[in-house]
Design a protein around this ligand. Structure first.
Ligand code: SF4
Ligand code: SF4
Ligand code: SF4
Length: 442
């Protein structure tokens, strides 16, 4: 590796200690298995097509924020990981695996911005997921990320939320909400409801008020909805990011099986980008789903439908200047940028765009499981996104709307570190605070 490629090692027991168990034979066999048996035409096409032109470099917020260090260029990340594994036919050292893991897990958000800059459409995010897959099978994964993945396999949610804790939290939020909306219920396991609402585990763990807000929106819209009383309620998927494809598949199957058990007509997912990606892009493909077993939509689509149908109505408008952050997974991945703006504009007449925006928007630098790699890697991503800070600052906005949990985490850190005078909001925050509430007590 070049000096730039090895410039900085972040201590992480999941990377440093795990490589001690590796043997050359195991490394070689694992790399060859993943390259030859789990990937074929797409990988070969990308490897054979790349002309090393580096046009993808400026797509990457890490590259732009780290003084154009080639280590952080998309093509640099592939060169220092997967290409070398292929070139050496799997004969790489355990130190190489350790460094490749740091690059793939903590220096790439799998945000796919670079796909739009490559003349051949080469998908570096996909190539980094192959590196992660190899590292996962070798047991070399950042410790914090691996902990969330273990939690998924032990509890079917990423935050070790126990079943009674889940039920207690829903009951608590229902009780709180009934003070404001006397007739409100959070229906549990209601068979045959129109909608199953699923969330990510950090909601009951840290942000229970978001469940209150969602319940209020469902209530005011007159929706027939339910939440599952048993595992299958967490739609997040850190196994997708750790490279544990088997667990990713089990999680997605559980989520859909829960909806099937409840015989709901569709699933509405909360405001999370990666959870949505796990059902439309990765988990579904691993499971071989041609079609979704049950229709499934993101909260952006749901809110947009409610507004268009007049089921929720604007009560008041936000006066401050607002801007809209396009989450990679809902926008580059699923094209929900205009729907997101439609909802935002209904409540925020003073909107200003970031530049670039929509499918060219810069990532928050938290996604792809990077924020879940925990405190050891925090400053890599914060310093790796000064370009986002500049982009935000240039808008002059006081409110940033970001309909994705990870984006919130990443942008919060950016706003704090770069001392930006901005407040973050979910679309649900805005709707809850500014919709008409005929069902609420005065
Ligand atoms: S962080 Fe995004 S732009 Fe950078 S290499 Fe990864 S996928 Fe490409
Ligand atoms: S991935 Fe595409 S843009 Fe980047 S170096 Fe290769 S061919 Fe050029
Ligand atoms: S957290 Fe948000 S901006 Fe970052 S990769 Fe995920 S969707 Fe994209």
């Amino acid at each position: 590796m070049s000096e730039a490629a090895t410039a900085k090692r972040i201590a992480d027991p999941g990377l440093d200690q795990s490589i001690e168990k590796l043997t050359p034979d195991r490394i070689e066999a694992t790399i060859l298995r993943v390259i030859n048996q789990e990937n074929s035409a797409r990988l070969k096409t990308f490897v054979d097509t790349c002309v090393h032109c580096a046009l993808c470099s400026e797509a990457c917020h890490y590259f732009m924020s780290y003084d154009r260090n080639p280590r952080y260029a998309p093509v640099g990340k592939v060169k220092n990981t997967l290409w070398e594994m292929i070139r050496c036919k799997g004969k790489v050292s355990k130190e190489f695996i350790r460094d490749a893991a740091q690059i793939a897990y903590t220096e790439c958000n799998l945000c796919k911005r670079c796909v739009h800059f490559c003349p051949f459409g080469i998908d570096t995010a996909y190539l980094m997921t192959i590196v992660r897959r190899i590292c996962h099978l070798l047991g070399v994964t950042p410790q914090y990320l691996q902990d969330t993945s273990h939690s998924h396999s032990a509890t079917f949610n990423q935050m070790w939320v126990k079943d009674d804790e889940w039920m207690d939290t829903l009951q608590w939020q229902e009780e709180e909400a009934r003070d404001e909306f006397p007739g409100l219920r959070i229906p549990l396991d209601k068979e045959g409801a129109d909608i199953m609402y699923s969330v990510i585990a950090p909601e009951p763990k840290f942000r229970a008020q978001l469940i209150y807000q969602a319940a209020a929106i469902f209530h005011e819209a007159g929706s027939d909805w339910t939440m599952p009383a048993s595992p299958g309620w967490d739609n997040s998927d850190m196994a997708m990011f750790s490279g544990d494809a088997e667990m990713m598949g089990r999680l997605k199957r559980k989520h859909f099986d829960t909806a099937r058990r409840l015989r709901v007509k569709k699933i509405v997912m909360g405001e999370c980008g990666h959870a949505y990606r796990s059902v439309y892009d990765m988990g579904n493909r691993w499971l071989g789903y041609k079609e979704m077993p049950i229709p499934i939509i993101h909260a952006i689509q749901f809110y947009c439908e409610l507004l268009r149908a007049g089921k929720i109505k604007v009560g008041s408008k936000i006066k401050e200047l607002c801007t809209f952050h396009d989450p990679c997974n809902t926008v580059r991945g699923m094209g929900l940028h205009e729907m997101g703006r439609e909802v935002a504009r209904a409540f925020c007449p003073n909107m200003v765009e970031m530049h670039p925006n929509r499918e060219h928007n810069y990532c928050c630098c938290a996604g792809g499981g990077v924020i879940n790699c925990g405190p050891p890697h925090k400053m890599t991503r914060v310093h790796g996104n000064s370009i986002k800070a500049e982009q935000l600052k240039a808008t002059g906005a006081k409110i940033v709307i970001a309909p994705c949990h990870n984006c919130h985490g990443g942008l919060e850190d950016i706003i704090h570190h770069y001392k930006l005078d901005m407040k973050l909001m979910f679309l649900g925050d805005i709707i809850f605070e500014h919709m008409q509430k005929p069902g609420a007590v005065e």
